[in-house]
Design a protein around this ligand. Structure first.
Ligand SMILES: NC(=O)c1ccc[n+]([C@@H]2O[C@H](COP(=O)([O-])OP(=O)(O)OC[C@H]3O[C@@H](n4cnc5c(N)ncnc54)[C@H](OP(=O)(O)O)[C@@H]3O)[C@@H](O)[C@H]2O)c1
Length: 413
């Protein structure tokens, strides 16, 4: 059994269980409906660019399935998309979101392997945050019977990315050591769980201090993101580590490279450091790139170090890697069925609460994954005032230590 990170909070668990009660029901098929609700990003920028509007009902094309969506994953990447903090941003308005799950409502012509009523999860090249989506079968996977929709929406992106970095790129093996940033986040917790499926792996995790109590059992050593983690790790492991997973970029790139053992692998897979304020900052962008050390292949050769990059969405949607991803997904679903991995859900939000949910990830408040629950009604207390007391009328506990999450949403932890 994998060591799990933080247990889900009672409230989140309650909401998931409540969802589970709905899961046996057949597809409600307002098949004559011409419209559906979706989150729309009107233009790149702040939270005010997001709204929920009606859009035309999509219909499946050749080789596509139409999915009545139950839940969608909200990722840090969605925050970067909102800000326009990505390469080659698409035109706005657009419907954000890269993953969702739900029930197959109809199938297009020449669509094989899926039937109406199948419970599925899917990667989307945008357009996931909607009541109904259509997508080619190459990006769709059947959910295990016991998997709940909130879990399915928290599964695909994090676990596939974590698995491919650890096992396809870095070749994780018994006895190795791994450094992971944002260890309390969705990818971070997937990394921690997957590492626990291999014997004798040492995981060095970095996270905001207030998350430590919740996630300490999921990693071997945990450090506050504000400490000099390089020195702390070198005290424990003077030779450094075998694998560094860097989703921060900027100054962390040079630091991480200095920590690599000979034959160690550094993987860059994100650039969270570029997010500072509510909108894109050219200063943060420039600083981040400026701080990335110039990579000198001769130095790599002399030091026996491997540098890699990983982008799951590019692999899936630009580089035709969907068959490889499908085989990885099969392995992951097998691990899930053996109860060796289980996504950690932070909280569930209505589509109309997307701004609050995004603010939570921006404020570093999440432990695990944020989910947009398509059938959830907005909770006015949460939507309007995060400083009030909880629904149960209890005072919110102050998180311990240095907590950059500031005001945390009342119902969640
Ligand atoms: N390449 C890929 O295929 C791929 C796939 C999925 C995700 N990613 C990347 O992986 C990283 C984690 O993604 P996720 O969706 O799992 O998010 P997440 O880790 O669940 O949530 C974000 C966490 O990142 C940390 N963080 C670091 N810098 C931050 C900043 N400037 N602003 C706010 N929070 C910051 C915070 O944790 P602490 O305060 O505890 O540090 C925060 O709670 C992101 O960089 C994302 O782009 C890449």
């Amino acid at each position: 059994m994998a060591k799990e990170g933080a247990d889900m909070t009672e409230e989140t668990q309650y909401m998931i269980d409540r969802n589970a009660g709905k899961e046996g029901v057949s597809v409600e098929s307002p098949s004559n409906a011409k419209e559906m609700r979706a989150v729309v990003l009107a233009g790149f920028g702040g939270l005010n660019k997001l709204r929920v509007t009606k859009k035309a009902m999509p219909e499946p094309q050749n080789g596509e399935v139409k999915i009545r969506v139950k839940a969608c994953g909200l990722n840090f990447l969605d925050l970067m998309v909102r800000q326009g903090n990505i390469d080659n941003p698409p035109k706005t308005p657009l419907v954000p979101g890269f993953e969702c799950c739900g029930i197959v409502e109809s199938v297009g012509e020449n669509t094989q392997g899926f039937e109406i009523g199948d419970r599925v999860m899917a990667f989307m090249n945008y357009n996931a945050w909607a009541e109904v989506v259509c997508t080619p079968v190459d990006f769709v996977y059947k959910m295990p019977d016991e998997m709940m929709f909130a879990e399915a929406a928290a599964f695909s992106l994090n676990f596939v990315a974590a698995y491919m970095m650890l096992f396809e790129v870095a070749r994780l093996r018994e006895g190795m050591s791994v450094l992971v940033h944002s260890a309390g986040g969705a990818v971070g917790q997937a990394v921690a769980q997957l590492c626990s499926t291999v014997p004798n792996i040492t995981v060095f995790g970095i996270a905001s201090c207030f998350k430590h109590a919740s996630i300490k059992d999921s990693v071997t050593h945990l450090f506050d993101r504000n400490t000099d983690y390089i020195q702390e790790i070198k005290k424990i492991s003077p030779d450094g580590v075998d694998i560094v997973l860097d989703c921060l970029c900027g100054e962390n790139t040079g630091k991480s490279l200095s920590l690599l053992k000979p034959l160690g692998t550094y993987i860059l897979y994100g650039a969270s450091n570029m997010v500072t304020g509510e909108t894109r900052s050219f200063f943060s962008f420039a600083k981040s790139w400026w701080q990335v050390e110039k990579v000198n292949p001769i130095k790599l050769y002399e030091e026996n170090k491997v540098i890699a990059g990983f982008s799951l969405l590019n692999l899936l949607f630009k580089q035709g890697g969907y068959n490889l991803v499908k085989s990885v997904m099969n392995k992951l679903l097998s691990l899930y069925e053996q109860k060796k991995i289980r996504p950690l859900v932070d909280s569930l939000w209505a589509l109309e609460e997307v701004k609050e949910a995004m603010q939570r990830i921006h404020d570093r408040g999440n432990i695990g994954k944020l989910i947009l629950d398509v059938e959830k009604s907005p909770t006015p207390l949460m939507a309007n005032d995060s400083t009030e007391t909880s629904e149960a009328g209890e005072e919110e506990e102050e998180p311990e230590g240095d907590n950059d999450s500031k005001e945390r949403m009342p119902f969640i932890h």
